[in-house]
Write a protein that binds this ligand. Structure first.
Ligand code: FPP
Length: 248
C-alpha cells in the first residue's frame, strides 16, 4: 500500500501551512552560495503542491519571505525577489491549468513593484479556479498582521462603529489577512528548527506541529504524505479530554 493510499480522506487537513527552512544550509552542504539552495527550493514547492493536490488539501500556505528577511544580505534579498518574480511568471500558466488559485498574505505593497505586478497578474489569471488555494506569505509576519488588526478594530471602536463587546474571536479573525480561510490544522517546519518564527500566531492556536530534519530543497511529495499521516495519528482534543472526543 502506498503512503498516499494510507491517508484517510475523511480527516485530511483542509489547510496546511509550511515554514520552508534549510535552503541556505542545503546550499552550504553542496559548497554553493545560499541562492543556489533557494533555487532548488522551488522544486520542493512544486512537489509539495502536487502532493497537497493529490490529497485534496484546500489551502496550502507557504512562508516564502518574512518581514525579518529584509535584514539578510542585499544580494540574497535581491536574489530571492528575482527568483519569486521569475518563478511566478514561469509557473502561472501550468498552475492555472492545474486549477490552482494563487493568492498572498502579508504586506505585499512593500515588495518591489515588478513582484507586486507578477502577483496581481497571477491572481487575476487564477482567481476563478476551483482547485487548491496556494497562499504565498510574502513580507509577512504575524506580529505585523496582529498589529494591523488591532489598529483597525481600535479605530472601529473609537468611531463607535462597533462596541467593545463586539470584539471577539471571530471579529479578530476577520481582520487578519487569512480572513475567510480556515485555520491550518497542520503546521510543518523543515530543517530541524523547532520554532514558529512569527508565522500565523493567531491561526495556529490549535494546529498540530510536524517538525522534520529534512532541509527544504530535499522535501518531496512523500514527505508531505508522511506529515499528514503523522497528523492523522494524533488525537486533537481542543482542550477537552479523550473520553469526550471518543463520544463525539
Ligand atoms: C528559508 O531557508 C527559506 C527562505 C527564507 C526562502 C524560501 C523561498 C523559496 C523556497 C523559494 C521561492 C518560493 C516560491 C514560493 C516561489 P533559509 O535560507 O533560512 O535556510 P537556512 O536556515 O539553512 O539558512
Amino acid at each position: 500500500m502506498s503512503l498516499l493510499e494510507k491517508i484517510n480522506r475523511d480527516t485530511t487537513p483542509k489547510h496546511i501551512a509550511i515554514i520552508m527552512d534549510g535552503n541556505g544550509r542545503w546550499a552550504q552542504q553542496q559548497g554553493e552560495e545560499r541562492l543556489f539552495g533557494h533555487n532548488f527550493g522551488v522544486e520542493a514547492v512544486r512537489e509539495t503542491l502536487k502532493a497537497a493536490q493529490d490529497m485534496n488539501v484546500e489551502h496550502l500556505t507557504l512562508y516564502a519571505f518574512s518581514t525579518e528577511n529584509w535584514s539578510r544580505p542585499k544580494e540574497e534579498v535581491d536574489g530571492l525577489m528575482d527568483l519569486l518574480i521569475k518563478t511566478i511568471g514561469n509557473e502561472v500558466e501550468e498552475l492555472h491549468n492545474s486549477n490552482v488559485v494563487i493568492t498572498t498574505i502579508g504586506n505585499t505593497s512593500g515588495l518591489p513593484e515588478s513582484c507586486q505586478k507578477e502577483l496581481r497578474d497571477a491572481y487575476e489569471t487564477t482567481k476563478n479556479n476551483s482547485g487548491i488555494n496556494l497562499i504565498l506569505a510574502l513580507n509577512y509576519s504575524a506580529k505585523w498582521e496582529l498589529t494591523n488588526a488591532t489598529r483597525e478594530i481600535a479605530r472601529l471602536v473609537a468611531a463607535k462603529e462597533i462596541g467593545l463587546d463586539d470584539v471577539n474571536d471571530d471579529l479578530i479573525s476577520d481582520h487578519l489577512s487569512t480572513k475567510g480561510i480556515p485555520d491550518p490544522e497542520l503546521l510543518i517546519r523543515t530543517s530541524g528548527e523547532n520554532r514558529v518564527s512569527n508565522f500565523l500566531l493567531w491561526q495556529i492556536a490549535y494546529s498540530e506541529f510536524h517538525f522534520t530534519e529534512i532541509l527544504w530543497p530535499d522535501f518531496g511529495r512523500e514527505d508531505l504524505y508522511k506529515a499528514v499521516l503523522d497528523y492523522q495519528s494524533r488525537e486533537r482534543r481542543f482542550g477537552m479530554v479523550s473520553a469526550q472526543i471518543e463520544k463525539s
